[in-house]
Design a protein around this ligand. Structure first.
Ligand code: ZN
Length: 139
């Protein structure tokens, strides 16, 4: 069995952002040389997510509104977590609901997606460098 590991780095200018990382993961898969197996892609930070859905701007705005409704950023005093002096209590909750990671099947050297599926990095407390881990195993 072959094994491949790579860290992808992201730094968003804004506190929150969604970035399509499908091309980066496909590049990792090519570099790995693996044709049949599994790819794990996970955020390495507790205020960021990796998830799969459609690359559609309306949907991304809907996520932003929905997440802000569930866990508004302000007032920051509403979160017990922020008593530590941080202001990212909402980002921890947003990360939880959007997920830590995805696993994608690899078939014949390609990511074996369903219709319209793309991989996204979801940032909820950005404006600093953060990492995504890509781990690919197989033959
Ligand atoms: Zn925090």
């Amino acid at each position: 069995m072959k094994s491949y590991r790579k860290e992808l780095w992201f730094s968003t200018g804004k506190r929150r952002a969604f970035i399509n990382i499908t091309r980066e993961v496909e590049a990792c898969l090519r570099e790995s040389g693996i044709r049949e197996g599994l790819a794990l892609v996970n955020a390495m930070h507790i205020t960021a997510s990796v998830f799969i859905n459609d690359d559609e701007s309306g949907l991304h705005q809907d996520y932003e509104q929905w997440l802000e409704h569930l866990a508004p950023h302000a007032p920051v005093s509403q979160y017990q977590h922020n008593r530590t002096g941080e202001d990212n209590g909402d980002a921890h909750l947003k990360r939880q609901i959007m997920g830590r990671d995805v696993v994608v099947a690899i078939t014949a050297g390609k990511l074996d997606f369903g219709p319209w599926e793309q991989i996204f990095y979801g940032e909820f407390d950005g404006r600093r460098k953060k990492r995504v881990l890509v781990k690919i195993i197989g033959e």
